[in-house]
Write a protein that binds this ligand. Structure first.
Ligand SMILES: [Zn+2]
Length: 370
């Protein structure tokens, strides 16, 4: 039985991050939020920024909100904090930016080398141990500023965090991923204890077996995800897109022709209820893979292209939704953005959300008239 957070057909939401309001320029620089927030100016500005991005989403008409990840610093890749927030606060990683191991290995294209260098990498030099990540407190700050439900981003995940690391302590990515499981599991359980009912794991580790070229890796990746969510009593989603760096997909890293169809069938054996996938960037051309989704899974489909400044029209969004509904019933579909919106100007981000809401209204009306 699938859990619903709101009583709406085709509910609308967005993935993770949102543009910072221009006036919010404070940086955490690796600090515990409770160290940074001793400065009352920072504490007030942070909560005001969270309230602002929640209000943008409410005004756009979203059904389920996110906090916009105002805890991301202005790092490389635009959302480099997606991994650095964790590296800076989990003991065992060094805080300094190193060259990227994929680039040193010479196995990536010129374009991918550029963005990987921009993100940088850390090194793991000791056993990893949970530090002051405070995801439950960040959830609490968001939820007390809105009456609408908040979906909590938990990202990057334990497998994803093994991509941008020099392995000086653990021998393999697999060893590091397993070592990180208790950190994520504890954060997620704390969020649920604080009242969070909808958690979205953002772990692009789903793609790892394509990068390693070893299909056996699906087994341990699925096991890591299951151990990560073990005992977490909430609706659980899993986001893995084609990457986002300054609004670019990292498609060059993928074997040619590879896509969701190459990995999804190997990932279903988890307690994850909802996959959160990008489709708009390809104009939904591979939406047919959703017809094979098992009955205990649902999907949040990206119907807004976050890698493009062009604001969609509501009709364009409606057409994307119709393409999806050819393959899966609307009761198992949530509407979302392809990925976080942070690389976009706030004007574009806000108006893309409005277009999504209006597109959803068009299709809901059509369904009501069936
Ligand atoms: Zn994404």
């Amino acid at each position: 039985m699938l859990n619903s957070i709101v009583d709406t057909l085709l509910p609308t939401t967005m993935v993770g991050s949102y543009p910072r309001p221009h006036w919010f320029t404070y940086q955490l620089h690796g600090r515990d939020i409770w160290e940074a927030f001793k400065d009352v100016n920072h504490a007030e500005a942070f909560e005001d920024a969270v309230r602002t991005v929640l209000q943008d989403q409410e005004q756009a008409g979203l059904d389920i909100l996110t906090d916009g990840q105002m805890w991301f610093d202005d790092y490389g890749g635009c959302i480099g904090s997606f991994v650095w927030y964790w590296y800076e606060r989990i003991h065992g990683f060094v805080p300094t930016k190193h060259s990227h191991p994929f680039v040193e290995g010479g196995q990536v294209s010129h374009t991918d080398a550029a963005w990987l260098t921009d993100w940088g990498a850390t090194a793991v030099t000791a056993a990893v141990e949970r530090g002051p990540l405070r995801l439950a407190d960040l959830y609490h700050i968001a939820q007390r500023n809105t009456k609408k439900p908040v979906r909590c981003s938990v990202g990057a995940g334990p497998v994803n965090l093994t991509y941008h690391v020099h392995l000086d302590y653990y021998k393999t990515q697999k060893d590091l991923a397993y070592a990180l499981v208790p950190v994520f599991n504890a954060e997620m359980k704390d969020m649920v204890a604080s009242g969070a009912s909808f958690l979205q794991l953002e772990d692009l580790g789903a793609w790892l077996p394509l990068f390693s070229g070893n299909p056996d890796d699906f087994g341990w990746v699925v096991d890591v995800i299951n151990k990560t969510i073990d005992g977490v009593e909430a609706k659980l989603a899993w986001h893995f897109c084609f990457g986002a760096a300054w609004g670019n997909a990292s498609q060059g890293l993928f074997p040619s022709g590879a896509g969701y169809g190459s990995i999804l069938p190997h990932l279903h054996d988890t307690g994850i209820e909802q996959y959160v996938l990008d489709f708009a960037v390809r104009e939904m051309e591979d939406a047919h893979i959703l017809k094979d989704l098992p009955a205990d899974k649902e999907v949040a489909v990206g119907v807004i292209d976050v890698r493009n400044l062009q604001v969609e029209t509501p009709e364009q969004v409606a057409e994307r939704i119709r393409k999806v509904l050819k393959f899966i019933e609307p009761e198992r579909v949530t509407l979302t953005t392809d990925c976080g919106l942070r690389a976009l100007p706030r004007f574009c981000a806000y108006n893309k959300l409005r277009a999504m809401v209006k597109g959803a209204q068009i299709v809901r009306a059509e369904l009501a008239g069936r």
